[in-house]
Each structure stands twice: as C-alpha cells, then as structure tokens.
Design a protein around this ligand. Sequence first.
Ligand SMILES: *Cc1c(COP(=O)(O)O)cnc(C)c1O
Length: 420
Amino acid sequence: MSDLKFLTYENLEQIRMEFGTPSFVYDESTLRQKAQELLAFPHAFGFFPRYAMKAAPTAAILRIFNEEGLGIDASSIFEVERAVRAGFGTEFISLSTQELAEDFRYWAQDGVKINLCSLSQIQRLGSWKIGEPVGLRFNPGTGSGGTNRTNVGGPSSSFGIWKGDLIKARDLCHMHGLEVERIHTHIGSGSDPEVWKKVAGMSLELVRAFPTVHTLNLGGGFKVARMPDEVATDLQEIGQSVKSIFEEFAAETGRKLNLEVEPGTFLVAHACSLVSSVQDVTQTGVDGYRFLKLDAGMTELLRPSLYGAQHPIHIIPDPEEVSEREEAEQVVVGHCCESGDLLTPASGDPETLAPRSLVRGEINDFCVIDSVGAYCSSMTTKNYNSFPEAAEIIKKQEGNLALMRKRQTFEQLIENEVAP
Ligand SMILES: *Cc1c(COP(=O)(O)O)cnc(C)c1O
C-alpha cells in the first residue's frame, strides 16, 4: 500500500462501497502543488501560465486552477464555454484550435484571445472585423514528443502555420488590419528539454518578424516521469535558459517580452489514480499468459492502447488476508471485447503484450493505476461496449473524498436515441 500516491486502503473501500469502481480519484493537494510549481517558473519580464484543459476538463479541476491564478488554453470553442461556466473570465482564456467555428466570433468579441493556427483562420477571423489583436501559432519546423503521435511540430504535423508561410501570414494580417500581439508555438507532449530550449530560440526569430508582438507563448509539453525509469523535465532548468534568451533578446532589440506557457500533463498527470477491480482471471496454458481482467479499460484509459504508454499498476488484496501473495508475471487487460484493450503493452508498442511483475491478482482485488490525470478521463473510447462513463472523485486537502462527476447512468447513455 505504501507505494500508492495518495490513497489509503480505507479510501479504496469507501470508493467501492459509496461510488463504485471504476472511478477516477484526483488529489486536490497535488493539483495545487503543481500549480504552485508552475507559477514559480523563472522568467525575465512577466509570466502568465495557462492550463491546457483538454488534459482533464472537469469543472472542479478548472475551479482549483482558477483559484491558484492560472489561465486557460482551450482547444475548441466547447472548451471555452466549459471554462467560462467553471468561472473563468473570458480575458483569461486563449484558444488554439484546429477547427475555428463561426460561433467563435462572439467569444472573440467577449475578450477570449485567439491564436490563429492556419492561413485560412487568419482570413476567416479577418473577415469578422472584430478589431481585437490576435496571436499566431506557428509550426517552427521542429517537433518533439514522447511518440510520433504526440509530436506536433515539424513537417509531419498539421498544427500551426508552417514557418515557411511567415511572410504570407504577415501579409494576410496586414491586409485584414489584424494586429499581431502574440506568437505561439507548441511542439508536442513529452518533449525533450533540449528541443524545447531550441524551439524557444527559434520562436524568438518569429517574434522578430512582428514588431507589435509583446508575448511569446511556448505551449506545454513538459515531460513527467510516470514510471521509475522515466525522467521528468526540470522546470527550473528550462525556465532559466528561456529566461536568459529572453534577456539576450531584450538587450539586442529593446523588446521585453512576456512569457506564457500552457502545460496540461505537468499540472494533472500525477494528480489522479484510477481505482478499478479485478473482475476475472484467465491463464492461457503453460506457455501462455496469466491475464487479469479489470472492470475498466480503454473506456477509461486509452493511452496504453494508443501510444503503448506505461502507467504504474498496483494490485491490492485485502490487507487482512492471512497469506502473503507472491508476485507473478501478468498481463492486465480491460473489459472491452477488443484485443487492443491492453493496459500492459510494450513501451511505445501497443501491439505487443508485455507481462508485468505484479502481486498475483485474484478476483475482487483492487487494481489502482497511477498517474492517469492527463488525457485519460478526457480521452477515452467512451461508451464502447455500452459501458457507462466512470465517476470522478476528488480527495480534498482535508482528506475526505467527494464526488466531482457522477457515474453516467444507463438512461444517459441512450438518451439521445430517437425512433427514426
Ligand atoms: C495539448 C496542448 C498543450 C498541452 O500539452 P501537454 O503536453 O499536456 O503539456 C498546450 N498547448 C496546446 C496548443 C496544446 O494543444
């Protein structure tokens, strides 16, 4: 039990009895602590951190980050609406989106900041004649990410205005009378710190081309260490080097830029555990595998199936059990009728089973999966096999558990179906 991040066995029992499994449990103390660490990011001439809410968008989380003084990075106008409903003022929200919907013009009039992500978005916003200054998101030509699927910079990424289109973008803004006040880059999740620093330098080159720019937003992508062999990005270290390049830029050009960053993963990854139950065990012969089947799976946690992502897994029998359980090599699978519903794939290779040495699991044991705060509850194959969406619970700073999102009911699952 001692290696669980923030849950006790009593918590697990209460969750099973009161809320049921599977449930996501967030830890308020960790959320606040991560916000504080982010707010201490080194900077030269002003700093504003935003939370990339697509990582985990539930209102209770947004409210905590609002209280801590973070802003919001939204990735769709639906996220903008969600942030506003959770209490954020529009002026604290910025939008970088692949799909700039017509309705955004009303949010723009209301003060939501936009980072235009393509040449056609410049034209579209320009045609609305809103008169607010804008940001431009560029693809600086280099990316970095834990996997190809989380790399969002470089020629094989569709995100942002391609660096070679800089002059075109500037001309289009000029033509539409748009003042560019912000430059934005976000090159990927789980980035290499060296690449992150390099891109910070490349982004300053983009700033040179726009004399009206006062803010550079370097996106998110700080690496966290979910597994013991992974190395987390040191915010102080990359912050110091970004600070010095901002100072050099100011010495050379006289321009003192504000810095923005907008991590998702860094803020929430370690702040949540998925509490599930082992609901079946199968062995496929002596040369086969011992499979633990959970009451959760890709309907809660898709990252292993999508990226071969690794999460710590704990099998937890009742502590009052008399005999000690040994460990065994086991494959942990989800409850969907889908061979890809695998929670222990090989690292970076979702196709391959990688048995893990875990406490020998039995039916009704708890299975707790850690570091599932980012892109888990928010990024699932929701309702596949008609499993209802899991509940979300928060462990308050005082130690008590409270519901923050109810489990979906069967009625809600089918409520939009109509007889044709
Ligand atoms: C997803 C995203 C982020 C956050 O990335 P993390 O790897 O979770 O820190 C930041 N900015 C933009 C534009 C994004 O799309």
